[in-house]
Design a protein around this ligand. Structure first.
Ligand SMILES: [Zn+2]
Length: 91
């Protein structure tokens, strides 16, 4: 499995967990459960997303492969590194 495949699968896993928490919060039987699920989503998935973003790095220059030019960050990994232009397709 290549670096980009693993990065994309991890991003999708975090996204599905976020959707699951939101779904659970929306369907919760009362307001207290809603707040608990919302809080869990907030306190685990935002750091989780940042962690996933930070562990997948360009093997050449260590820049995150989710980062694009400037401050832009996308949900899917870039085919070429935004910093050093290394091809990440087959890594
Ligand atoms: Zn690079």
């Amino acid at each position: 499995m290549t670096l980009r495949t693993r990065a994309l699968l991890s991003a999708i896993a975090v996204f599905l967990m976020a959707v699951g928490f939101m779904y659970a919060a929306a369907l919760a039987p009362n307001q207290a459960y809603s707040i608990v699920f919302g809080g869990l989503a907030f306190f685990f998935l935002i750091p989780g997303g940042m962690w996933v973003r930070s562990i997948f790095r360009c093997p050449v220059c260590e820049a995150s492969i989710f980062e694009r030019e400037g401050l832009l960050t996308t949900f899917w990994p870039a085919p070429t590194c935004s910093k050093c232009r290394a091809d990440l397709r087959n890594r």
